[in-house]
Design a protein around this ligand. Structure first.
Ligand code: HSE
Length: 438
């Protein structure tokens, strides 16, 4: 049998990496897939540009529509990113009976329900391992490796750019925008880097993980999303003094009343392995009822790291071409007619502990006022630091760690504390997760 023909839409960082990995490892890949895999067509915005991969045997076009309509192509690899054009191309590819591999997390998080439905009707595969945590095979791990478990929660560092920024701020005291520019130069950041720093990219990925973990439809619009732009050097340093690291986490947790789905900066005890995941690396901690906590670590972005997941998906598709088509792993891990409607909780109903930092007048009684408000709201304090004012300062910094409470209790307490005459500016509030076995 001749090689399976692949058309790649987008020859940027990941597209170039995919061509290189397929070519360099062609022999091993053939042994694994049972068929040769040949990139015959590729679409790029500017086909005259010099590339990081050899395109001499690839038919190039600047019109991706030509590739999805081409009857010669068996598998479409969508790497152009973005939403509307990608959605149109993927839906057309499916309608034309082609299998699809994509690294597009926004596409799957927002339109995955519709895409999988169309793919199921047409009997084609849509594979998206590269959409979450770059090269880490986390989708396969949850969907297949942990399928005997009831997943209780997962928590992940799933945006490499954000983690790179927080790490450089902590280790080198570097400036936020300077590190962001470096991440852009290295090809880690999204086309619109606010997706990285405001947590949107992580929320796309978390939405996908939650569906696979809990068997619920993709519901990106219900994810609570908070970015890292308000984290200061001071917060990073106070957290360290308290024995914590600040990480930008995506958390999905099953509770009796629904599912918590949230992305926000989080204090994590520094002894946790995940607290020590630095730079552009990603890690996802998954707690299953049978296996307990499991941790998956690796490169979350970058050319060949992401291509590793894209190529694995291509191989999976090729393997099914010679296997029983009914015998496939469902897109969202659970059978399509068994996806349930467990509600996603509004953020007010989540439960977590908090780090609070506030600037207060340096005078007697202020701390008592603050603790009174917290006490009235039934929020107990676990640790407290009060910084001596520097030189002529009339304000002191008060840093507190609280026990676990409902977010709505904390919102109301914060409003009251901020209304005190002795408190200056807004409080800084960062959620704390111990990520222990419970
Ligand atoms: N911008 C993303 C990140 C790329 O930094 O993690 C990988 O999805």
């Amino acid at each position: 049998m001749g090689p399976v023909k692949v058309g790649i839409l987008g020859l940027g960082t990941v597209g170039g990496g995919t061509v290189n990995v397929l070519s360099r490892n062609a022999e091993e890949i053939f042994r694994r897939a049972g068929r040769g895999i040949q990139v015959t067509h590729a679409a790029a915005r500017d086909i005259t540009r010099a590339r990081s991969c050899d395109t001499s045997e690839i038919q190039l076009t600047d019109n991706p529509q030509d590739i999805v309509a081409n009857p010669e192509v068996d598998i479409i690899v969508e790497l152009i990113g973005g939403e509307e054009l990608a959605r149109d191309l993927v839906m057309k590819a499916i309608a034309n009976g082609k299998h699809v591999v994509t690294a597009n997390k926004a596409l799957i998080a927002k339109y995955g329900n519709e895409i999988f439905n169309a793919a199921q009707k047409k009997g084609v595969m849509v594979a998206f391992e590269a959409a979450v945590a770059g090269g880490i095979p986390i989708i396969k791990a949850i969907r297949e490796g942990l399928s005997g478990n009831r997943i209780e929660w997962l928590a992940g560092i799933i945006n490499g750019t954000g983690n790179f920024i927080l790490t450089e701020m902590r280790d080198k005291g570097r400036d936020f925008s300077d590190v962001l520019q470096e991440a852009q130069r290295l090809g880690y950041a999204e086309a619109d880097p606010t997706f990285d720093v405001e947590g949107i990219d992580a929320a796309h990925k978390l939405t996908i993980l939650a569906s696979i973990a809990f068997g619920i439809p993709l519901q990106f619009e219900k994810a609570y999303t908070e970015g890292i732009t308000k984290i200061t050097q001071e917060d990073v340093s106070y957290a360290e003094q308290l024995g914590y690291r600040i990480k930008h986490l995506g958390i999905a947790k099953r509770t009796d009343s629904g599912i918590e789905l949230r992305v926000h900066p989080t204090l994590i005890p520094e002894r946790r392995l995940i607290a020590n995941v630095d730079g552009v690396m990603n890690a996802v901690l998954v707690k299953g009822d049978a296996v307990g906590p499991t941790l998956y670590y690796g490169a979350g972005a970058g050319s060949e790291a992401t291509a590793s997941a894209v190529v694995a998906d291509i191989i999976d598709v090729v393997r099914t071409l010679t296997a029983d088509p009914e015998n496939r792993v469902p897109h969202l891990a659970f059978q399509p007619d068994s996806i349930n409607d467990t509600p996603i909780l509004p953020v007010e109903d989540i439960q977590t502990a908090y780090y609070l930092r506030m600037s207060a007048d340096d005078k007697p009684g202020v701390l008592a006022e603050v603790t009174q408000i917290l006490g009235d709201a039934e929020i107990s304090i676990e640790a407290l630091i009060q910084k001596e004012p520097q030189n002529a300062e009339t304000q002191v910094q008060i840093i507190m760690l609280t026990h676990k409470v409902y977010e709505k209790q904390m919102i109301s307490a914060i409003e009251k504390i901020e209304a005190l005459d002795s408190i200056k500016d807004q409080l800084t509030r960062i959620r704390v997760e111990t990520l222990d076995k419970e």
